[in-house]
Design a binder for this molecule. Sequence first.
Ligand code: ATP
Ligand code: MG
Length: 446
Amino acid sequence: MRLSRYFLPVLKENPAEAQIVSHRYMLRAGMIKQQAAGIYSWLPLGYRVLRRIEQIVHEEQARAGHIPLLMPTLQPADLWRESGRYDDYGQEMLRIKDRHERDMLYGPTNEEMITDIFRSHVGSYKDLPLTLYHIQWKFRDEMRPRFGVMRGREFLMKDGYNFDLDKDAALHAYNRHMVSYLRTYERMGLTAIPMRAASGPIGGDNTHEFLVLASTGESEVFYDAAVTELKLGDREVDFDNRDEVAGICQEFTTLYARTDETHDAALFDQIPEDRRKVGRGIEVGQIFYFGTKYSEAMGATVVTPEGTKVPVEMGSHGIGVSRLLGAIIEASHDDKGIIWPEGVTPFPVGIVNLKQGDASTDLACEGLYKALAAKGLEALYDDREERAGAKFATMDLIGLPWRITVGPRGLANGVVELTSRRTGESEEMSAEAAVDRIVQVYAGHR
Ligand code: ATP
Ligand code: MG
């Protein structure tokens, strides 16, 4: 993308309404625009990151054997009357009437609708196990929408639902989600710690929230420092192997890590003192096992191998896709701007032309741009007639992990400069070597 032809409405001033750094940088970097309280347009740069995050979620769901579909945002109230939640959900639910005076709602979640789909089409144990998910906009009329996309009213969520014959199989689905989520967050450059949670309005007794440590998080968290060292990495996981998957869950949930809702001071005090940590965290996902709560209420049954009819066992599992942008920025920035992890960056690399209009620098930049494109890497090329300082400030603000700087002096010596946004360190090398390096860096990410 050539910056002169892109739409990147960067703000010079700090927007007064933004209280936390991620909200401030998302506005300043021209990623989002507020349209009403807690409702945002996604401008091109923000939209690119949002799509990257969706892509990672889809890839990791596929790895775990889960199947994507798409349910609508608007739902008929009657489905929610069947589960009893139409009255229970309260003011967070946006209720709408259509022209025929029928009660509708903008979905805050989809347990009822997915249960309806299941009961319409599945009736036998032979069709199990089954896990369906979608990435769709949700609406919750939050009392205090704030912190930009972190607590919106309209927000993008991945929500998945497992259907299983018995509790053991459903707990395997729960574990499968935990492992796939661990890998999902790691690919986004995050350490998200599964913490035992209290069940909210969705109900159920087996539930974990995934928290990213950040001083601006809304939850108070208590944990053993050793838990932050755990890594899934790229180990091969056989998602059908119950023991293997359960073993990984055990590895990640044995050390103490809880939110204030489930905190147990006596257990906490057993952690060696130098590892006992209290901090704050951002909830970026949650998994629930809730058994037959919805299947019983809504008549979603399956015939067992023995020929009896039983309500199907279920759970639901969510990732805060749009909130993740905020969480990633909270976890990865400095006083100049965002520092995107390679896995989610809107562009893999920026090219800065220090002397736009100079035949040799223009030619070198075009060459770099095309060489990267040929390797499947779309650079953001700053080809504007701007001062070098302004170009660097924009690149630092929008946070691309790598920058290639091309100037007449370097070119005279046959080199360009490759700079890491994270460390600030620069290295001179030939243009070809810079392309090779960028290709290498991203080999494991896309
Ligand atoms: P919270 O406690 O933060 O209100 P929740 O527990 O009600 O969230 P879930 O029903 O667990 O939310 O939804 C799954 C995920 O969706 C959450 O883990 C969170 O990352 C994201 N999410 C929930 N509410 C919002 C919101 N208002 N804005 C952005 N993301 C949200
Ligand atoms: Mg939650």
